[in-house]
Design a protein around this ligand. Structure first.
Ligand SMILES: Nc1nc2c(c(=O)[nH]1)N[C@H]1C(S)=C(S)[C@@H](COP(=O)(O)O)O[C@H]1N2
Ligand SMILES: [Mo]
Length: 505
């Protein structure tokens, strides 16, 4: 007889071998055959919008790690129950593994770019999982072994542990091998950005206030916020990359990376913001982008009248819907460089859209491969389908960076500061309120352009110990001052003033 613990562990071992073998065999088939990513991506796609928002709000940029852990724990829990339910006569656990394998195959087939052959690793993994469960149930393990003298329970436990370890090792090996095999890091390293025909205006030092520790006005690539639904970062080489412009156009065109050479190379400084950014949040960064004007590319295709939306699509099937007029202006880019380097892979290598004035979910498609000219009354993009607003102009907002929440301030003079943004319009003024006092003008760093954030500082004298609150609000160049009314990020961006309470000691 086996104890329930050993039987449950047997189920987990079977699942580990199934997933591990599928991952290892999958490494030979390429990213589309990766059942782990396929299931995770399907979970992301099928998760209701509010749960996704909760996940982003709770886990932030660690949301994908949290998902991976949850998926693995769920598989392990189901597998443990399946192991308990498996008996020699009623192979309930084996049936559960077959069903799970079927779901895995369906997930693989549902991904953009997969083919029938891509389910082979999952099928092999499933078969191995069933085999493990049957072996662990086998009578032969129960027979007393006169030669070795080990008791059957111990033998079964050891075998279970061994198989669990084998599953885990092959799973990790599969992930590592497929990452190395598909990575475009080498392709990126070998790429030198083209010479810039029209550089951005130089960035004066005066954009960055002195005497206060604010984020760098230009965000380094490593510090730049990252948001996307891609469970594994798409690996698209320059030679594989295509940009197809189709839909309501005079003539469909498809550009290769080399075709881009005949367009003017421009450089723009643009601040990106995520619609999910809560009041005071960190989902905003500023970079110098190198690329091509989207309007130049669209002109080759000829936008037909009546088209009011560009539905851009990523190689992994993610979509954004952007108003045509936002892309036919001078400032929208098909970006290939970020702060003087090729785009980092997680920021869209080899090409992405960067559009000033619009939240990323309606404009900033990374790993972009298609632009479809269509209409807002005909097409919906990824987040719009989940209840977010179809149009996403960035709202005027501001943030206190110093003091940080929970930071103490010493008695005497102190300089506070932060950032404010109203992309497209520009920030005209920033005001600060200490406790319930009057609104005072903050000192502004120089404005670079309406498309970039603006930094502010505020000198204050801490005269008495105890708790104080600093609140900030910005006014944009259209004359609009931020509303105090608190709104959640859903459906079109948060509103409300940011405050920090701090202790003077
Ligand atoms: N392919 C793809 N592009 C995407 C997304 C995505 O999920 N997939 N997310 C968008 C969102 S919501 C934002 S805010 C920006 C973030 O760009 P970053 O990660 O380079 O900061 O990318 C946009 N582009
Ligand atoms: Mo976003």
């Amino acid at each position: 007889m086996t104890t329930p613990g050993v039987r449950a562990a047997g189920g987990v071992a079977a699942a580990a071998v199934a997933v591990g073998v599928a991952s290892l065999v999958g490494a030979a088939f390429g990213p589309e055959a990766d059942v782990r990513t396929a299931v995770g991506s399907s979970v992301i796609d099928l998760t209701p919008g509010p749960v996704k928002e909760w996940a982003i709000a709770t886990f932030g940029t660690a949301d994908k790690l949290a998902l991976a852990v949850m998926v693995l724990l769920t598989i392990a829990a189901i597998a443990a129950v399946a192991g308990l339910a498996e008996t020699r006569r009623r192979p309930v656990g084996s049936i559960a593994i077959v069903i799970a394998g079927g779901i895995g195959c369906a997930a693989v087939l549902s991904r953009a770019g997969s083919t029938g052959a891509d389910i082979i690793p999952t099928l092999i993994g499933t078969a191995c999982g069933v085999a493990v469960l049957r072996i662990l149930q086998s009578d032969r393990l129960d027979g007393p072994s006169s030669e070795t003298g080990t008791d059957p329970g111990r033998r079964r436990s050891l075998l279970t542990i061994g198989l669990l370890a084998a599953g885990a090792v092959s799973g990790v090996a599969g992930v590592v091998i497929s990452r190395l095999a598909s990575s475009v890091a080498g392709d990126r390293d070998a790429f030198a950005l083209p010479r810039i025909d029209t550089p951005a205006a130089p960035i004066p030092e005066s954009v960055q206030p002195k005497g206060v520790e604010l984020p760098s006005w230009v965000t380094g690539n490593d510090d730049f916020y990252r948001i996307d639904t891609a469970l594994s970062v798409p690996q698209l080489s320059r030679s594989e990359w295509r940009l197809r412009i189709h839909g309501m156009v005079d003539r469909e065109v498809t550009f290769t990376y080399e075709d881009l050479d005949r367009f003017e190379v421009v450089e723009k400084v643009i601040t990106l913001t995520c619609v999910s950014n809560p009041v005071g949040g960190e989902l905003i960064s500023n970079a110098v982008w190198t690329g091509y004007r989207v309007k130049d590319l669209l002109a080759e295709a000829g936008v037909r009248s009546g088209a009011d939306m560009v539905l851009s699509m990523s190689v992994d099937g993610w979509t954004a819907g952007t108003p045509v007029e936002a892309l036919t202006g001078d400032d929208a880019l098909l970006a290939i460089g970020m702060n003087g380097e090729p785009l980092p892979i997680e920021h869209g290598y080899p090409a992405r859209l960067v559009v000033p004035g619009l939240y990323g979910y309606v404009s900033a498609t990374k790993w972009v491969t298609a632009l479809e000219l269509t209409r807002f009354d005909r097409a919906q993009a990824y987040w719009t389908r989940l209840g977010w607003s179809a149009r996403g102009p960035i709202k005027t907002a501001s943030r206190v960076d110093v003091p940080r929440s929970g930071q103490d301030v010493a008695l005497g003079p102190v300089t506070f500061g932060g950032v404010a943004w109203a992309q497209n319009r520009g920030v005209r003024s920033v005001e600060v309120q200490m406790d319930d006092g009057p609104w005072e003008q903050a000192t502004l760093g120089d404005s670079y352009s309406g498309d970039t954030w603006r930094m502010w500082s505020y000198a204050w004298e801490a005269r008495d110990t105890g708790f104080h609150t600093i609140t900030v609000r910005a006014t944009d160049d259209s004359g609009y001052t931020q509303t105090p009314d608190r709104a959640d990020p859903v459906p079109d961006g948060a509103t409300g003033w940011h405050s920090i309470t701090f202790a003077v000691k």
